[in-house]
Design a protein around this ligand. Structure first.
Ligand code: AMP
Length: 177
């Protein structure tokens, strides 16, 4: 299927043990970001997988989702809409709380960030337990837009986060552990 590539994206991801807490093996994507070909390949491949979904807006999740979502949006001729940590967005917001692999947090979206019926692709760097992506998808739903696709650079398959995203037919990840 033409899957022979000159390099594997996984080769550019650095694993840092015990960050930010003991027992967490952190997947560091900064080593991928600084490699021009890997950065371009990551954005191209995510965009390719969303290309047939007629995406209006790419929603990125703070903070590392902000790195990839605009790159994908530009390739799809779509806009970029941020989902942010509490207290960062200036206008009226909708909010959802969620559990992380390491802690709890909440996310916010401007209520007018998406129009009703907008076709949305959701992008984050990594799928772990799926709590973050689920909260972001629920926020998109809550303002009347539709999550057409969800994409991650990295998926920790052993945490089964995909199960939290059942009901969304396009859930893509480029690198799996
Ligand atoms: P979750 O809600 O459990 O799917 O966690 C996903 C979010 O937490 C993503 O935004 C990631 O950036 C971050 N995250 C969780 N676990 C890791 C990990 N092992 N390495 C890097 N980032 C992680």
């Amino acid at each position: 299927m033409g899957s022979e590539r000159p390099f594997g994206l996984k080769d550019w991801i650095r694993e840092v043990p015990d960050f930010p807490k003991p027992g967490i093996l952190f997947k560091d994507i900064t080593t991928l970001l600084k490699e021009p070909a890997a950065l371009r390949e990551t954005a191209d491949r995510l965009a390719e997988r969303f290309a047939d979904r007629r995406i209006d807006q790419v929603v990125g999740i703070e903070a590392r989702g902000f790195i990839f979502a605009p790159l994908v949006a530009v390739r799809l001729n779509a806009g970029f809409v941020p989902v942010r940590k509490p207290g960062k967005l200036p206008a009226e917001t909708a909010a959802r709380s969620y559990e992380l692999e390491y802690g709890t947090d909440a996310l916010e979206l401007h209520v007018d960030g998406l129009a009703p019926g907008d076709r949305v692709a959701l992008v984050d760097d990594l799928l772990a337990t799926g709590g973050t992506a689920r909260a972001a998808a629920d926020l998109v739903d809550s303002v009347g837009a539709r999550v057409e696709a969800i994409g991650f650079v990295v998926e920790l398959t052993y945490l089964e986060g995909r199960r939290r995203l059942e009901g969304y037919d396009v859930v893509e990840s480029l690198v799996r552990y």
